[in-house]
Design a protein around this ligand. Structure first.
Ligand SMILES: Cc1cc2nc3c(=O)[nH]c(=O)nc-3n(C[C@H](O)[C@H](O)[C@H](O)COP(=O)(O)O)c2cc1C
Length: 324
């Protein structure tokens, strides 16, 4: 069911991918996604040693025999050297990488990965960047819409335009990334020509995600308007949950704080601590607009099976509509 080039290339049952959740998508969450037929992606944010990364990968392998990805970020401020990450991925036989970058990814990183058979999903928000990724050998591109968490870009292009534009501009499969909570988003993505979906915020509120129950409960009450973009002035925009610390960060940005000064508010460690300890106002963490349509805490398996089962019901409804 729903077999596409994405299921074929990445050898997964359903074309549903969990985008990395820094400090959160560890072996338990990732293996739960992969075991449920999707593709989990191991976060590398917060891993500062080669041994740490190797251990996380090995633990994931011990929890699933299904394919999974490792997030390979080329954004500034990550602890591990790219060469080290590349070598560990190859040595450990990781089947897929989810890359994210602000510019060109060096050939000496990409070539050995490709030659070792590691498949690559490149995540970006601009169609022009997606085209470059295709030229650089990516196997699929996950294209982010403006409502997505993470780095949805400065162009403010919605999925309704970004996805069809990417589909008509590239030959490799397109994955619609962000803004998807359930079968409605899944079917919309397929209708726009995408061959898979990538979800982040939806997995943030699953039972397997290691966040404090206080945060989970508060997230369920959040509306689609409860996110804001920070670091826009520094050219590295990211969408975060609107809370006290995020509003302080915005205020500092307005007053001209430098990128380094913004770290005090936006640091991943600080966000991770708040998420773990249940300090609802104390960490500036990622969250997509889709939070406004997430109303329950369920297991990863329920998210994935829910999407697949309800998708068939939507198709049937549309079929009847077309006949009427
Ligand atoms: C809490 C959180 C942490 C994230 N951390 C990362 C990360 O470390 N690396 C990355 O490439 N994307 C990261 N993302 C982005 C997701 O992988 C994904 O691209 C995005 O959440 C999709 O948009 P959605 O949240 O609307 O589904 C994060 C998202 C969230 C919600």
């Amino acid at each position: 069911m729903f077999e596409t080039r994405v299921t074929e290339i990445f050898k997964i049952k359903y074309p549903i991918i969990q985008g990395a959740l820094g400090y959160l998508s560890g072996p338990e969450l990732v293996s739960a996604v992969s075991n449920a037929g999707g593709l989990g992606s191991l976060a590398t944010a917060g891993i500062s040693s080669a041994t740490g990364l190797r251990e996380e990968i090995r633990k994931t392998k011990s929890l699933t025999d299904k394919p999974f990805a490792v997030n390979f970020s080329f954004l500034p401020g990550r602890g591990l050297k790219h060469e080290e990450t590349r070598d560990i991925i190859i040595e450990e036989g990781v089947p897929v990488v989810e890359t994210i970058a602000t510019g060109k990814i060096p050939e000496h990183i990409l070539k050995p990965l490709k030659e070792s058979g590691v498949k690559r999903i490149h995540k970006c928000s601009k169609v022009s960047h997606a085209m470059s990724a295709e030229k650089e050998g990516a196997d699929a591109v996950a294209i982010l819409g403006f409502g997505a968490d993470g780095h949805p870009g400065l162009d403010e292009i919605s999925h309704m335009v970004n996805v069809p534009k990417a589909v008509e501009s590239l030959k490799i499969p397109i994955i619609m990334a962000g803004g998807i909570a359930d079968a409605r988003g899944f079917i919309a993505a397929l209708s726009l020509g995408a061959e898979g979906v990538l979800l982040g915020t939806r997995f943030l509120t699953t039972k397997e995600c290691p966040i404090h129950p206080n945060i989970r409960e508060r997230l369920l009450q959040a509306q689609e308007t409860d996110t804001v973009m920070v670091d826009v002035t520094h050219g590295v925009p990211s969408r975060r949950w609107r809370n006290k610390i995020t509003l302080e960060a915005l205020e500092a940005e307005k007053k001209g704080a430098s990128l380094e000064e913004m770290i005090e508010f936006l640091s991943g460690e600080r966000a991770a601590k708040a998420l773990r300890e249940g300090d609802v106002e104390g960490g500036c963490f990622g969250c997509g607009q889709v939070i406004g349509i997430i109303h329950e805490i369920v297991t990863v398996k329920e998210v994935i099976e829910g999407i697949i089962n309800e998708a068939s019901a939507i198709i049937e409804r549309l079929r009847l509509l077309a006949q009427a």
